[in-house]
Structure formats: structure tokens, C-alpha cells
Design a protein. Sequence first.
Length: 387
Amino acid sequence: MKGIFPIEKFRNLQTPFYYYDTDLLRNTLNVINREAERYENFQVHYAVKANANAKILAVIRDSGMGADCVSGGEIRAALQAGFPAGKIVYAGVGKADWEIELGLDNDILCFNVESVPELEVINALAAAKGKVARVAFRINPNVGAHTHAHITTGLAENKFGISMDDMDRVIDLALGMSNVRFIGLHFHIGSQILDMGDFAALCNRINELQARLAARRILVEHINVGGGLGIDYQHPNRQPVPDFAAYFACYHKHLRRYGQQTIHFELGRSIVGQCGSLITQVLYVKQGTHKQFAIVDAGMTDLIRPALYQAYHKIENLTSERPVETYDVVGPICESSDVFGKAVDLNGVTRHDLLALRSAGAYGEIMASGYNCRALPQGYTSDELRD
Ligand code: LLP
């Protein structure tokens, strides 16, 4: 065992693989529940897109959370894991008919609708089934978040949601339809957000929109503020459980609530990010001209975030106490972007050492691909690997 990792157990497993510390996950879920329960009608949905490993979903389901899905496949995964349909919300700019029907057949809590044509299709499909679909409109609040351009979603230029200017017209349209029931508004400004000021800005925008609706005597029962709370990738051990107290307090302080409105949150990364690591084995140490490479058996097919977003994941050598040296840590994929880190300081690396890429529980395993005909990585939990 080095720190939190059962290394002897790792030696029996085929690398690369994901390792999930389910004690940390449970601890994180307990903190979320405790902090959300301080406020009336705060309901948290786990954003399944962050990690849909069935073992992880089972732990999260046990906490009593709902699920936030963005595809029919995710709705199926959530239902299979035992999330109640009445706690499933479903967003996405391109919902196919079968996906909408799956949601209708299971009576999910809410469709987060992103366009007028989508609203019309939901109304028609619900009519054909003699059902009434609960819908919220995803409003693009035009609030920027200080995060990577690929993961900001709340700006007017993004493809997501309905613009604020169109909101009243779309609501009127829904109110005139007989097979949808307009219940609320949905927002999401981006991901990996660490500045509470960004969430406060979203609250202010929601307050403006709600005041506009109140002037028209429209009161919604459901406000969904999306997800986006970030994690500390630089120091995964320093604060393994994100500051949920500050997060919920921010919404409590800045969001004006009307009546018994429920406030829904869709958290992904902050729930599962820190509990997961990608464990990989060193294949070769290669001397370059001015540097040395640690060539590992994991690649961008197992964890694409560094290649796709220039994301940082802390790398540790789990099996060496040798003096620190500097390496470029690279994978075996035939792409020059298949690099996990440049000039990384690691305890001296030799063949067969095990490295951990930390903070990989969110958007890691789920974004793996079979490029280069590689097998998908397995995921193991600390529960399974316990003595
Ligand atoms: N709700 C909606 C509507 C979303 O689009 C997302 C994430 C979430 C909730 C959950 O956000 P979170 O709490 O995890 O920040 N693959 C990227 C992240 C993409 C996020 C997409 N939307 C990454 O690896 O950083």
C-alpha cells in the first residue's frame, strides 16, 4: 500500500485500468447530502456523463441522488442501476425519437428542452402515447465561466439552450400545447468552475428571468441550475472533497426563490473526479536528445483529457522511492498528442513501475475509445480489492 493505493493487488491486474476509491466517493456523497439538506428543496442529480461505470452508479444510487442524463443510453444505465425514473432529468440538443419515447415510457421527472422543434416533437410523441411530458426550458443565460473554451456552455455563441430573448415566446408556445406541461427552467454555464462568483452571476441572471416571468404571473416550480463545480487537479490529496458547503451556500444566498420551488443541481466532476485514478505500467524509459521519456501502456484512448483539453492530471510513481528525475510521460498511441505530461518530476522510473494519473474519475473511463484497436480499460473499486 502506498498512500491510498493497494499496490500488491494492482500487480495482479491487467494494466491500464481505472481504480476508484469508493470510500472517498461515499464520503463525498455524504458531504453533498449533508450540505444540500441544510436548505429546503435542494435536489442533487448525478451527471451520468461523468462516469457511467455500473459499480460507481450503484454507490451513487445508494446515496439517494437523482440522475442527470444526456442520452437514451444514459437513461438506460441510470434505470438499470436503480435510479428512480421520477428523479431522472434528461437534457441534450439532439434527442432522437426513441430516446424521447424511452423517457416518456418511464415517466422521467423532466425533459430539459433546448429548441422549439424539439418541443413540438416531444408534444407529438407524448400525444401518441396519451401522456403529458414535464418540460423545462434550457435557457442560455449568456454567462461566461472562467474555464476552458471547450467546456463553457452558457455563452450566446454556444449551441446549447434557448436564448433569453426567445424565452417568453417559447413558454407561450408550450402553454398552448396539451401534451407537455411546462414546469421550469434549466441552466448550465460550464464545467470545472472554481470561482463562486460565476455561480453567483448565474443566480443573478436567473433572478432577472424569474422577475420577468413573475410580472406575467408565471411561477415555475422547478429551477435547475446545472452542474459545473470544479476540483483541485493540482493537489488531489489536499481537498479531496470539494467545497460543497460554499457551493450550496452560494446558491442559497444569491438565488431568489419563489414559493416552494425545488432547486435542482446536476453535479458530475465534483462527485466522482477525485475518487478515480488511471493506473498504468511503464513499458520503457527512452533517452531523447534533451529529455527522457517514460513510455506507459495507457494512452489517450484510456484518458483523452490531456490530449483534448490540455488538461493537467497529477502523475505519481507508485512503486519507486528513487531520487526524483524529470520525464515526458507518453502513451503508445500513434498520435503526437498522446502525451500525459511534459517535464514531469517523478521518483526515478524503471520498466514495470506503476504510475497513477490522479483525479481521473470524471470524464476518464467514460471517454475511452477503441482507437488503434485497443481494448477499453477496466474499472476496479477499493471495495473489490480489499483484503
Ligand atoms: N449539466 C449539463 C447540462 C452539462 O452539460 C454538464 C456537463 C453537467 C451538468 C455536469 O457538469 P460537471 O458538474 O461535471 O462540471 N468532458 C469534459 C467536461 C464536459 C462537461 C459537459 N457537460 C472534461 O473532461 O472536462
